[in-house]
Design a protein around this ligand. Structure first.
Ligand code: URA
Length: 194
């Protein structure tokens, strides 16, 4: 285990073993911290786990996850080489959009994950994730595909895969945004190596 993996594990342990953790909620869903490489240069951030994720204890394993996997493959990057997580770490009751309190309770954990992993690019999936990180309401139709400075990295908002499943004509934008995010991360990595 490298230093980043150890720090992530410490963070997860702190919340798992603490009945007062802000991540613990009444309806007692699983806490799903995220998965992937602790050394990832690209981090994907969704909204919150759904039913499939709660069952399997992993982020993006349902239909949205399958679309994300297919897109990563098309962009020439393997899922284990990126880091995938959500703003909210537990499934909201009835799969509804997380409310402000749920977002505020989970956000510090995501910020710690970002601080440990230090990705070059954060690709947010859906308006909820971009708005939570940018701390303002956003229009995903207007903002998707832009490179927005965020701390020491760049945030690239794109659509939520669940939206693309409902409107397959928009897949071209989703694919282009993710391709852009991955290309930027690869370019930054090359510049660091040279
Ligand atoms: N939708 C999300 O936003 N996150 C998941 O993990 C799965 C579906």
């Amino acid at each position: 285990m490298n230093a980043k993996q150890e720090r992530l594990e410490e963070l997860y342990k702190k919340h798992r073993n603490n009945p007062h953790s802000p991540l613990i909620v009444d309806h007692n869903p699983r806490i799903i911290f995220g998965e992937g490489s602790a050394d990832a240069t690209v981090m994907f951030v969704g909204e919150a786990p759904g039913r499939d994720e709660d069952i399997q204890g992993r982020p993006f394993v349902g239909r949205s996850g399958q679309l994300l996997n297919k897109t990563l493959e098309k962009c020439g990057i393997a899922r284990p080489d990126v880091f995938i997580t959500n703003i909210v770490k537990t499934r909201p009751i009835n799969n509804r959009t997380p409310n402000e309190q749920e977002t505020a309770r989970s956000l510090p954990v995501l910020l710690e994950q970002i601080d440990i992993i230090k990705p070059t690019i954060i690709c947010t999936l859906g308006a909820c994730a971009a708005a939570a990180l940018l701390q303002k309401p956003i229009s995903i139709t207007k903002l998707h595909g832009y490179a927005i400075p965020f701390g020491n990295c760049i945030l690239v908002p794109t659509y939520h895969p669940a939206y693309i499943l409902r409107d397959p004509n928009s897949y071209q934008y989703f694919l282009a945004d993710i391709e852009f995010a991955i290309q930027m991360a690869k370019k930054a990595q090359k510049q660091t190596i040279v």
